[in-house]
Design a protein around this ligand. Structure first.
Ligand SMILES: Cc1cc2nc3c(=O)[nH]c(=O)nc-3n(C[C@H](O)[C@H](O)[C@H](O)COP(=O)(O)OP(=O)(O)OC[C@H]3O[C@@H](n4cnc5c(N)ncnc54)[C@H](O)[C@@H]3O)c2cc1C
Length: 396
């Protein structure tokens, strides 16, 4: 069978689902996308895209719109929570582009999603279609919907996020509450005037908490996320409006720039943070998982979207290289992606501890490590080309 004889169903139209659908459609594969929301709308506000993800976006053709809408981070700075002592400043900017072939982007999620939607060749996007179950046969997979309807495909790609339904076809587990809540909001650019000349990511580390903020939307606004240990809240709704005054009160004693940023928010949303233990399997014979459905990770390494883009490239390659033998294509996808994503997943969890040390010997050792690792060479393992993205170009 040629690749254009394959019928693929993608479940979920987030970063991973859109990216894999773009790549498959460009190769002539018949690819339907089923998305439970009635409209495509990005949840959350800001996202950092490291060069390993940015390079894939460029290869897909998104460079002009990313250059227009995103901010290029000049550096990543980490500071101490109370007195603002600079713990490390890793220069990015042009150095990052020279070393890794793409910048470190800071972008509003809606802008990233619009970029991907613009790149999606016309085709069958089914909005308001929540998949409730899949049934796998030797030669096909059946997708079932809550209204009793169903459809079939040769391959189903589960791109339905951390609370994935499709994951149930591959592994029997549940999302794990990490014991943290994240409070996210947008504030005017005037809250951090230094961003005008020095756009960068700011991390502030303190006992049991950390805060991240950076400019988005061509520098007009700043996105922040404030993470705090919240062991009691595992059963709270996944997201809910939060009180701005309560948020600021929780950061009493923190550096005035931090409280100024948090205090400038008109509205704040709280999210519980979840991941899952890494599964040995990312696929069955005809169902493959990508992005957060495959390897949901804590956001402390800012890698979820970039890893989702890497998955999309490798899966599209593996599927179209052996359209006659779907199970072996999916086996190869899993073999290529699991070691890489295991490393990133593990390091993300590790940061949940190291970011939140109380002041003392562990915190001092961490700060010394941060100071030692303040150059881009320490990021070769992460920002380097783990998927051979040159191959994407050949498919355009
Ligand atoms: C606080 C926070 C900050 C983050 N910051 C960063 C960052 O700076 N950089 C970074 O790279 N990553 C970051 N991430 C992670 C990143 O957001 C995710 O890894 C990424 O969005 C995963 O994309 P995805 O397409 O796999 O899943 P999602 O974006 O979750 O998309 C899943 C899609 O599937 C749909 N869906 C769900 N169930 C069904 C169903 N049954 N049927 C049909 N459709 C369904 C959903 O509506 C959704 O559209 C962060 C995450 C959090 C929580």
């Amino acid at each position: 069978m040629r690749a254009d004889g394959l019928r693929v169903a993608v479940v979920g139209a987030g970063v991973s689902g859109l990216a894999v659908a773009i790549l498959l459609r460009r190769r002539g594969v018949r690819c339907d996308v089923y998305e439970k929301s009635q409209a495509l709308s990005a949840i959350g506000a800001g996202i950092q895209l490291s060069p390993n993800g940015a390079r894939i976006l460029h290869d897909l053709g998104a460079e002009p719109s990313m250059r227009r809408k995103a901010i290029t981070a000049g550096a990543i700075e980490t500071r101490r929570w109370d007195d603002g002592t600079l713990l490390s400043r890793v220069p990015h900017g042009a150095l990052c582009e020279d070393r890794f072939g793409a910048p470190y982007y800071l972008v509003h999620r809606a802008d990233l999603q619009a970029c991907l939607v613009d790149l999606l060749p016309p085709g069958r996007m089914h909005l308001g279609q929540a998949v409730s179950r899949v049934v796998e046969y030797d030669d096909r997979v059946e997708l079932c919907f809550p209204d009793g309807g169903s459809t079939t495909a040769d391959v189903v790609i589960g791109a339905d996020g951390v609370h994935s339904v499709l994951r149930g076809a591959v592994v029997d587990d549940r999302p794990l509450f990490a014991g943290y809540s994240v409070y996210r909001g947008l504030v005017p650019a005037s809250a951090v005037p230094s961003f005008a000349d020095d756009p960068r990511v700011m991390f502030w580390l303190g006992p049991g908490r950390h805060v991240t903020y950076y400019p988005v939307s061509s520098g007009r606004t700043i996105h922040f996320s404030a993470v705090s240990a919240d062991p009691a809240d595992a059963d709270a709704p996944r997201s809910s409006p939060a009180g701005c005054a309560d948020l600021v009160a929780g950061f009493d004693g923190w550096h005035e720039e931090v409280t100024q940023v948090l205090g400038s928010a008109a509205s704040v949303t709280r999210w519980g943070l979840f991941d899952r233990n890494l599964s040995a399997r990312y696929r069955t014979r005809r169902v493959a998982l990508v992005g957060d459905a495959a390897h949901p990770m804590l956001p402390f390494l800012s890698q979820g979207a970039s890893q989702a883009l890497e998955d999309a490239v490798v899966l599209a390659d593996c599927l179209t290289a052996s359209p006659d033998d779907v199970p072996s294509g999916l086996r190869r996808y899993e073999a290529l992606r699991r070691p890489r994503t295991a490393q990133v997943h593990g390091r993300s969890r590790m940061r949940a501890e190291t970011f939140h040390f109380s002041d003392g010997p562990l915190q001092r050792a961490r700060d010394a490590d941060l100071a030692d690792g303040a150059d881009l060479a320490h990021l070769d393992w992460l920002y380097g080309d783990a998927v051979g993205t040159g191959r994407v170009l050949a498919a355009r």
